[in-house]
Design a protein around this ligand. Structure first.
Ligand SMILES: [Zn+2]
Ligand SMILES: [Zn+2]
Ligand SMILES: [Zn+2]
Length: 523
């Protein structure tokens, strides 16, 4: 079913123009998207309690709640399971992979080196430009911000993609050492309209409105330059700019009826039990729980989706809307907001040579493989992530004939509630050790569910003592560190990217990356 949509004229009032239904294609005919352009707006660090945690939603987001929602599909149960900081959040939504990267600036100051932290997987800008044959100077895929160091999202270090496929960066306000006096989101919005959308009509735009995050941090009583009211006001401004943007799109001949608007946030902020909205970066409910609103020609109106969906789903969703494939993404397209037939990965060998042996066969994805061999080399052990059951699971297969053929798979991550990623394997004699990251709902110390639970990553270990013939039960080695009071001084962190190795017959070594939220500065 396709719909024509038009914007109303007032923020909080009733809709002026109702949705008009037009006939769908002949029954059975594949539907392709009407969307030709996607604009993703990130309201930086908008906490759920000031947005869509409750129903009805907060008055601070009344334009989105009362005016945009009737045109939109909104994901109520949307989560950042990665780093709840700006860089990690942007890289995650941009790549469709959990990018547990700490914040870093491209510019620390006149006496320090410039540092750029690019993702290891391609971004939606690279996917789009590469699929369409564009480059950064074609102005087809553009980042407009906000936060100047989000230029790290423009391209990855993936050698198959990179700078020549990357997006165009329009930083506004420009970087300045005078953080206190940089222009606000309204100025960013003007640049977006007058310098980017109006003259160039790019097909893919990501906009960062920075002020909610900025004023949230500055409301900390250690900082005398901001108040709680500044934070709330920044939310109201960003909220109204989203509605202004929607109306502008509907009034623009190039964009109207062909443009999907997606509004989300990169991360939340601490809930009141973990330090309150001043800061973020941990794994509490307030940091993790976000939202996503989408409206456009392929998106059902007036719809609220309550199932869990995740920040890694944004890149695949944009891919479906704009017709690019997203081979490295680990999320799934948000099917409820896409009123057309989705692409599926079928019938390709992805460049395998004629002598290669196919290890898995699935209508979903098998990714992140790791291999280990017995000392004689005749038995090979492979672990990988498989999504054919709907969520990612860590699976194991072995070959006892030098890889000529492979046995059935075993699922090692049974019991992981939400996600399973990044397996690592090692072998010593007949002992096979596997570790990975599994994501579950956070429980209290007794294991009982919490009323406002959050996704939390755990390091899991599983062992076979008969060369992969059978497996013991998985065991949690370490959980990510939850916020403790006082949050400003006590760090919380997520662990990530585990690697397992053996030292002699009795020692198993596991290394993990760790990224945290320790915050001693006031912004
Ligand atoms: Zn919430
Ligand atoms: Zn942020
Ligand atoms: Zn928190």
């Amino acid at each position: 079913m396709k719909k024509l949509i038009a914007g109303g004229t007032v923020c909080a009032g009733a809709l002026v123009v109702a949705a008009i239904l037009v006939p769908a294609g002949i029954h059975g005919e594949p539907q392709s998207p009407d969307t030709e352009n996607v604009i993703v707006v990130v309201i930086d660090g908008l906490r759920c309690y000031e947005a869509f945690h409750d129903s009805p939603a907060s008055d601070y987001v009344r334009c989105m709640r009362d005016s945009l929602d009737p045109y939109a599909t909104r994901y109520q149960n949307f989560w950042n399971n990665g780093v709840t900081q700006t860089l990690g959040g942007h890289l995650t939504l941009g790549t469709g992979t959990w990018q547990l990267m700490p914040n870093s600036l491209t510019y620390f100051g006149p006496d320090e080196d410039t540092v750029s932290t690019q993702p290891d997987k391609p971004t939606l800008f690279e996917y789009y430009n590469k699929a369409k044959g564009y480059g950064p100077s074609d102005n087809k895929a553009v980042y407009v911000g906000g936060k100047s160091w989000n230029d790290t999202l423009m391209c990855s270090v993936d050698p198959e993609y990179g700078r020549s496929d990357g997006g165009k960066v329009v930083i506004f306000p420009p970087h300045t050492e005078d953080w206190e006096n940089v222009p606000g989101d309204t100025a960013t919005y003007r640049v977006l309209i007058n310098s980017v959308l109006g003259p160039h009509h790019p097909n893919l735009v990501l906009v960062n409105f920075k002020d909610v995050d900025k004023w949230g941090h500055k409301a900390d009583t250690l900082d005398t330059t901001g108040t709680d009211d500044d934070y709330y006001r920044a939310i109201e401004v960003a909220n109204s700019l989203v509605w202004e943007l929607w109306k502008w799109i509907q009034g623009d001949a190039t964009y109207a009826g062909k443009t999907t608007l997606i509004v989300t946030t990169d991360h939340g902020r601490h809930d009141d039990q973990h330090g309150g909205f001043w800061h973020h970066g941990g794994i509490c409910h307030g940091c993790r729980h976000t939202f996503l609103i989408a409206a456009g020609p392929d998106t059902p109106s007036n719809t609220v989706v309550t199932r869990c969906a995740f920040q890694i789903d944004i890149c695949p969703t944009v891919g479906e809307l704009l017709g690019f494939w997203y081979p490295h993404a680990r999320g799934s397209a948000l099917s409820e907001m896409l009123d057309f037939d989705l692409s599926h990965q079928t019938g390709t060998n992805y460049g395998a040579g004629s002598g290669d042996v196919r290890v898995t066969s699935t209508d979903s994805i098998s990714v992140s493989p790791q291999i280990a061999s017995s000392s004689t080399g005749d038995t090979l052990h492979v672990v990988y992530v498989d999504k054919s059951a709907g969520k990612c699971e860590v699976k194991y297969k072995r070959s006892t004939n030098l890889g000529t053929s492979w046995g059935p798979d075993s699922t090692l991550s049974t019991g992981d509630e939400l996600d399973s990623q990044l397996p690592s394997v090692c072998v010593l004699g007949d002992t096979v050790d596997v570790v990975w990251m599994g994501c579950n709902w956070h429980t209290d110390p007794t294991g009982a569910p919490l009323p406002d639970s959050v996704p939390r990553w755990y390091l899991y270990h599983c062992r076979s003592t008969n060369a992969g013939g059978s497996w013991g039960t998985r065991r949690a080695i370490q959980g990510s560190k939850y916020e403790q009071s006082p949050v400003r001084d006590k760090p919380s962190w997520s662990i990530w990217d585990p690697s397992v190795s053996r030292y002699g017959s009795s020692v198993v070594g596991i290394s993990v990356c760790c990224t945290g939220s320790r915050r001693t500065r006031t912004r």
